[in-house]
Design a protein around this ligand. Structure first.
Ligand SMILES: NC(=O)c1ccc[n+]([C@@H]2O[C@H](COP(=O)([O-])OP(=O)(O)OC[C@H]3O[C@@H](n4cnc5c(N)ncnc54)[C@H](OP(=O)(O)O)[C@@H]3O)[C@@H](O)[C@H]2O)c1
Length: 326
């Protein structure tokens, strides 16, 4: 099969297309014919040896995909050859065939396109797990989303609205903010043109925000934290800005606020029943039209390297997808 290989760590331009053996599923795994794969931030980190969980070299990058099951490993129940699925292998998806754990593989609705399904699970499941189990977001609360037009950010905007929150979107350009508003955000702050803390305080007054969803980190984290209200929850989701922020611990004390980590991958492994309930909720919302996945760009398989570069250049809005097979 054709696969994009990472043979040494480095930029996406150094990845190579190779012909390799089709992999065999082990116990608890399925193999699927990849139809579409989406690009997630960890894909860009892994090829550079910058991610917290690194596969040994050489490896095939690609954390998320959708396709058709063509082999089922020992002990797998509930999935059959021929099922149309979305899944998170965490690596191996930028190839014609890939292996994924069954517990992170879901059968997709008949009317869901592979390109949409390929980018559905990671961002929406992270948003819902973050806001529901970790953030305890309540109807009527105010939430601030940083990087609100990126993959997980835009998903958090939609999920937050469906959970009844008032959503303030924050992003680096007016175009990105227009997208966040089109997906339900009530208010918008451009943090490359205005001071984030002052702008959010002007919107929320003395009350502050109840939940902050932060997949960006870097220099935005502390000013964002300073907009927190009483008993607020700051969700640490990711560090797309490239630096891990250090929050002075007097801030959670004086604000009586919590800093809460969100790790969806570990959650889905350790708490598979809650993950399955969350996925059922997400597919129900999708069927009702409550979730409107944004696929802003499609790349042919042979342009997979360009797709990863597109994400590293901060150009992604919603999701970008690699069409692996017709
Ligand atoms: N904790 C979890 O379980 C979990 C799950 C999935 C993803 N994540 C993490 O969440 C983060 C976002 O992932 P994603 O897939 O949503 O990525 P994405 O689509 O590229 O979105 C990231 C956003 O971060 C902002 N950003 C600020 N500085 C940036 C820079 N130097 N380069 C790129 N983006 C920058 C951009 O928004 P502006 O231009 O508007 O600032 C961009 O839209 C990553 O760190 C990822 O590892 C965590």
């Amino acid at each position: 099969m054709r696969a994009l290989m990472c043979e040494h760590h480095g930029p996406p331009e150094e990845l190579q297309f190779r012909d390799v053996a089709v992999p065999e599923p082990g116990p608890g795994e399925v193999r699927f014919r990849v139809r579409a794969a989406s690009v997630n931030f960890p894909d860009a980190l892994m090829i550079q040896n910058l991610y917290q969980r690194q596969p040994p070299l050489p490896f095939i990058p690609g954390s998320e995909a959708a396709g058709v099951v063509d082999a089922v490993g020992e002990g797998v129940t509930g999935l059959r050859v021929g099922d149309r699925v979305a899944t998170i292998p965490f690596e191996g998806a930028f190839a014609e065939y890939a292996i994924a754990p069954a517990f992170r593989t879901t059968v997709i609705p008949d009317d869901m396109e592979f390109a949409v399904a390929a980018g559905f699970t990671m961002v929406y499941a992270t948003a819902l797990h973050g806001l529901r189990q970790r953030g305890r977001l309540q109807p009527g609360e105010t939430m601030l989303v940083l990087g609100a037009a990126g993959g997980v950010g835009l998903a958090a905007v939609e999920v937050g609205k469906l959970m009844g929150a008032h959503v303030i979107a924050a992003a680096s350009t007016d175009e990105k903010l227009a997208l966040a508003r089109a997906h339900g955000a009530d208010q918008a702050v451009n943090y490359s043109e205005t001071d984030l803390k002052q702008a959010v305080k002007a919107l929320t007054g003395d009350r502050g925000v109840d939940v902050i969803f932060d997949p960006v980190g870097g220099a935005l984290a502390e000013p964002a934290f300073r907009t927190m209200g009483w008993d607020g929850r700051y969700l640490v989701v990711g560090f797309a800005a490239g630096t891990i922020p250090a929050i002075p611990l007097n801030l959670p004390l004086v604000k009586t606020a919590s800093i809460v980590g969100v790790t969806w991958g570990m959650h889905s492994r350790r708490e598979p029943e809650i993950h399955a309930e969350n996925m059922a909720q997400l597919y129900a919302w999708y069927a009702e039209g409550g979730l409107r996945p944004e696929v802003s760009k499609h790349f042919p398989f042979e342009e997979s390297r360009e797709a990863i570069r597109w994400m590293m250049d901060r150009k992604v809005q919603g999701k970008i997808v690699i069409e692996v097979a017709a």
